[in-house]
Design a protein around this ligand. Structure first.
Ligand code: SF4
Length: 340
């Protein structure tokens, strides 16, 4: 599942950086159409007559730019700050939270000024010393599909390896992880995989690797000494869900083998949607079968002034007790960071 863009757009300023120049030469050599563009925030001219086509073509478009804002967003509950290495990803998960945050700009973006970004991270670490500061590398992207072009994730992993008081984490559904295996991480990066039942993956997570491939990649990563984590999201309640989530954990345990005894965390996120996300998902995937009937959900007011539809309390209790029980049987030593 290698990401090969159909077109690459370069911000002019990106060509002042060695990575920008290298990527320009590489894509020209590989015969990928390249052109110059204005700001990476205002890209126009991506083909597509319907919202669905425009989304698909945007997900095949790479924009190489300079990250100008070096003020990082906060990132609760998984970290203190977001580390902006990339935006969007080549996957096309129907439920993706980026449907709303990126709206009609879902094209992939990478930033050539990674040294400046990491330098800014160093400033945030110094500000919070002697506390540890934790950065999330996947808040606005899945950073792995573009790693073969930029090497930014490896640079970040090694940067945090050198930080006494800085820690890093990111999450991926992708399995092209070999270039990260020999990174000098010193245990400061938690490498997480997003997993789900085979049914949820095949129905909703288009253009992403299958479950077993992700589990094999996780095993490799654990073999390279990284602390490991799994995000199970979105947890969906459908006929047979309990058995399938139990099977998922059993399959994970079996694939990891002795690695399952090491430092592993779980983050559990139940399926939820906002009115805005639902509108956008129906535009892009008009035939979606995502369960988005408001009357079956509880409405919860959100912190940014818009509410979300979550499972009712009884269902949340069922989800909680299923995972408590199944994890106690398969990963007794593992920590559950949160269930929402
Ligand atoms: S892999 Fe992650 S970031 Fe990419 S579309 Fe799927 S949910 Fe969104």
């Amino acid at each position: 599942m290698v990401f090969i863009p159909r077109r690459v757009l370069f911000e002019k300023d990106a060509l002042n950086y060695p990575l920008g120049q290298e990527l320009y030469r590489r894509f020209v050599r590989e015969g990928v159409p390249v052109r110059l563009a204005g700001s990476h925030n205002r890209i126009t001219g991506i083909p597509g007559k319907t919202p669905g086509e425009a989304y698909l073509e945007a997900k095949r478009t790479l924009v190489v730019g300079v990250r100008r804002t070096l003020k990082f967003e906060t990132c609760r509950p998984s970290a203190h700050y977001q580390l902006p290495l990339a935006t969007s990803c080549s996957g096309r998960c129907e439920y993706c939270y980026l449907q709303t945050t990126l709206g009609n700009r879902p094209y992939l973006r990478v930033y050539v000024n990674v040294d400046e970004i990491l330098e800014a991270a160093g400033g945030y670490i110094r500000d919070r010393a002697p506390e540890i500061t934790l950065f999330e590398g996947a808040a606005t992207s899945d950073p792995v599909p573009v790693e073969r072009y930029t090497g930014s994730l490896k640079k970040a992993v090694e940067f945090f390896g050198r930080q006494e008081l800085g820690r890093f984490r990111f999450v991926t559904k992708f399995t092209d992880v070999d270039s990260l295996l020999d990174a000098d991480h010193r245990g400061h990066t938690r490498f997480r995989f997003s997993i789900n039942t085979g049914r949820v993956i095949s129905k909703y997570e288009h253009n992403t690797p299958g479950l077993q491939e992700r589990l094999e990649a996780a095993k490799k990563v654990s073999g390279a000494g990284y602390p490991l984590g799994f995000i199970i999201a979105p947890i969906m309640v459908y006929p047979g869900w309990e058995g399938e989530y139990r099977d998922l954990l059993a399959q994970l345990r079996k694939t990891l083998g002795p690695a399952a005894e090491r430092d592993i965390t779980f983050e559990l996120i139940s399926h939820r949607f906002t009115a805005r996300a639902k509108r956008r998902i129906l535009e892009v995937f008009p035939a979606t079968t995502l369960p988005m009937e408001e009357e079956t959900r509880k409405f919860k007011y959100g912190q940014f002034g818009y509410g979300k539809y979550v499972y009712p309390e009884e269902t949340m209790e069922l989800i909680g007790s299923l995972f408590r029980d199944a994890l106690a049987g398969t990963f007794p030593g593992a920590g559950v960071e949160y269930l929402v």
